[in-house]
Design a protein around this ligand. Sequence first.
Ligand code: SF4
Length: 371
Amino acid sequence: MYNQATINRRKSTRIYVGQVPIGDGAPITVQSMTNTPTIDVTATVNQINALERIGADIVRFAVPNMEAVEAFKIIKPRVNVPLIADIHFDYRLALQIAKYGVDGIRINPGNIGNESRIRSVIDCARDKNIPIRIGINGGSLERDLQVKYGKPTPEALLESAMRHVDILDRLNFDQFKVSIKASDVFMTVQSYRLLASRIDQPLHLGITEAGGIRSGSVKSAIGLGLLLSEGIGDTLRISLAADPMEEVKVGFDILKSLHIRARGINFIACPTCARQEFDVIGTLNTLEHRLDDIITPMDVSIIGCIVNGPGEAVVSTLGVTGGHNKSSFYEDGIRQKERFDNEDIIKKLEAKIRAKASMLDEANRISISLL
Ligand code: SF4
């Protein structure tokens, strides 16, 4: 089985967004972006806190104007998760929001304007220890590169990225990460591969404008899965035309699938057929929804009958295998005497999962305190 040890991660430098490390072997972080108007302070604070609760390590928010900068000043003390300001073109927004304690800025130095403006932003970032993300996007490729290459290509995206990287190199600023996204999976993957061989800084992964929950998740899983399995990528954002909470869930699901980072429950469930002894799909959907708050890593198998149930249960933390009227319950791979009435499976399994999570958390606390 592949696991983190078998993925040789690309070596990179390290930056910190607030207290969160990125690169140089740090855990791969999951980001999302608010979609509330930033000037709506209450809505934005609520969304940032909800994203943090579901696991977002870092949250980005749009800063289209000075009103948004002033809103940030009120938002920042009300949240804990590090915040990255997404700024395009207007260097004054970057200078002002840096004063208010932003943790990172996404801005492309080549789009700021003249040399003195670029220098003022980079000097400010250096003074305040604020990292920058260069964000290249296939949809906003410079006109001259579109003419040169005829259309967005991995080489065109790389050339665009290197223009910005070269500016930061020239100014002796190395606290940055880079993203090089396209909406096409193969173009994105090839662009990141090229970029990974050219710079040492951490890479922020994503398929841009990937689509809705289903299509966007599939594209992101394929593209990011390819890159992550090659060891490329230090932080990621799944771009979905959906509730940002879904972006975080999908991001963690991708990392969990590759055994890179565990968080919350990894459900294993059968697709169901005429042999199922209880409503597997209903049970799974209800528990996935109800147990969003569990962050303890564990495998839970929910299998409709004995064809595959015992085999999955013995390699899961907790498992149920459908039986006639009553279903078997397994804990740590061992079949328990207790069986669940099929109509009570959801309630019983939820209680068992919560109890197991508390027990594992406590055991973890004790082992850390003994270190
Ligand atoms: S485990 Fe049983 S119920 Fe589930 S799909 Fe397989 S045969 Fe059908």
